[in-house]
Design a protein around this ligand. Structure first.
Ligand SMILES: [Zn+2]
Length: 155
């Protein structure tokens, strides 16, 4: 299978309200996102033009996560603080803003809407919090999703 991977660095703040250690404090990371994309067929030798990946995926990151505070939706104190200071925030639809949760949210909720219109599927998202700590989320049915659709009966 041919794939392409685009690396997209961004900065964001977060905290894990129920964490026993340092991660319960407000802090940030220089995150590195990697999205791996497949398409049912290549066009002009490409899965997808890297410029299109940049426009779609980096565009979304720039608008939603870069220099934002990525918050747990139940973390009312932090949400009130951020809103009182008129700061940029992104509320996770479910669960705490761990690297794992962020990877899953991108793969399952965000990227299908961005890449579907381009005829592609993201099969793997990696979120690097530090160069030593990386979480990933992958589709396990990527081959199935890439099979050409055959409508109706065959002759
Ligand atoms: Zn952190």
């Amino acid at each position: 299978m041919l794939t392409i991977t685009r690396r997209i660095p961004f900065c964001a703040g977060h905290r894990l309200p129920l964490h026993k250690g340092g991660c319960r404090n407000l802090h940030g990371h220089n995150y590195v996102l990697r999205v791996t994309i497949v398409a049912p067929e290549t066009k002009e030798g490409m899965v997808l033009d890297f410029a299109d990946v940049k426009r779609a995926v980096k565009g979304w990151i720039d608008e939603n996560w870069d220099h934002a505070f990525i918050a747990d939706r139940t973390d009312r104190d932090v949400l009130n603080l951020i809103d009182s200071m008129d700061m940029r925030r992104y509320i996770m639809p479910e669960g705490p803003p761990t690297a794992e949760g962020m990877a899953e949210h991108l793969l399952c909720d965000v990227l299908p809407d961005l890449l579907g219109p381009l005829g592609c599927v993201c099969i793997r998202v990696e979120i690097e919090e530090t160069e030593n700590c990386v979480a990933s989320c992958s589709l396990d049915n990527a081959e199935e999703m890439m099979l050409p659709r055959h409508g109706g009966a065959t002759a």
